[in-house]
Design a protein around this ligand. Structure first.
Ligand SMILES: CC(C)(COP(=O)(O)OP(=O)(O)OC[C@H]1O[C@@H](n2cnc3c(N)ncnc32)[C@H](O)[C@@H]1OP(=O)(O)O)[C@@H](O)C(=O)NCCC(=O)NCCS
Length: 172
C-alpha cells in the first residue's frame, strides 16, 4: 500500500507551505464531481466519468488542500503493458480561484513521486497522459516535467478537441 509522502515542489515551482496533498477519502467524491464540471466541461461530461474513476479499484486520487479548503486533485492508475507498468495520469485539476499558484505543479510532482515509489517495487516504463491540443497551459506544465508528445492518432474529446498523448520515461 502506498503512503502519500509530504510534497516537495517540482522543478522551478514555488513551494507553498500552506498547501498539503493527501490521499482522497470517499467523501471527497462531491468535490471531484464539482471541479470536473467546472474545469473539464469544454472537453466532455466529466461530472459522471471522474466520480466513476474515483470509485474504480486501482485508481488513486490525491487532493490538494489550502488552509482547509479543497483546491485540486490528481488521479493516477497503473496499466500493464508487455512486461512493465505505465503510470497514467487520468486527470489533474485545480480550482479556478487557485490556479497559477503552483498547485498544479505540486499535484503533478505528487503523481511523479507515487510512480517512483511503485517503480521501487515493480518495473514502471513511463508515465503517460492525454491532453487536448488547445490546452497549452496544461501542455506547458507537462513539458516542464519532461513529458513529450507521442506520435499517433489518439482520437478526439467529446468537445471536438484533438487528443494528444504525452509520455515521460521513468528510470535513471
Ligand atoms: C492545468 C492546471 C492543472 C495547472 O494547474 P495550476 O495550479 O494552474 O498550475 P501552476 O500554477 O502549478 O503552474 C504550472 C505551470 O503551468 C503553466 N501555467 C500556469 N498558469 C499559466 C498561464 N496562465 N498561462 C500559461 N501557462 C500557465 C506554467 O508552465 C506553469 O509553470 P511556471 O509557473 O513554472 O511557469 C490547471 O490550470 C487546471 O486545472 N486547468 C483546467 C483543467 C485542465 O486543463 N487539466 C489538464 C487536463 S489534461
Amino acid at each position: 500500500m502506498l503512503r502519500a509522502r509530504k510534497l516537495e515542489s517540482g522543478p522551478g515551482g514555488a513551494h507553498d507551505e500552506r498547501v498539503q496533498v493527501r490521499a482522497a477519502l470517499p467523501d471527497d467524491i462531491d468535490f471531484v464531481r464539482e471541479l470536473a464540471g467546472e474545469v473539464f466541461s469544454s472537453f466532455g461530461d466529466y461530472r459522471k466519468l471522474l466520480p466513476k474513476w474515483f470509485k474504480t479499484a486501482g485508481v488513486m486520487t490525491f487532493l490538494s488542500e489550502s488552509e482547509g479548503e479543497h483546491t485540486g486533485y490528481v488521479m493516477v492508475a497503473f496499466f500493464r503493458e508487455e512486461r512493465a507498468l505505465v503510470g497514467d495520469v487520468l486527470a489533474i485539476a485545480v480550482s479556478p480561484a487557485h490556479q497559477g499558484r503552483g498547485i498544479g505543479r505540486m499535484l503533478l510532482q505528487h503523481a511523479v513521486t507515487v510512480c517512483e515509489q511503485v517503480a521501487d517495487q515493480s518495473p514502471v516504463r513511463a508515465m503517460r497522459l492525454s491532453v487536448a491540443d488547445n490546452n497549452e497551459r496544461a501542455q506547458k506544465l507537462f513539458l516542464s516535467f519532461g513529458f513529450k508528445q507521442v506520435d499517433g492518432d489518439f482520437g478526439h474529446y467529446d468537445g471536438g478537441q484533438q487528443a494528444l498523448h504525452m509520455e515521460r520515461p521513468m528510470g535513471p
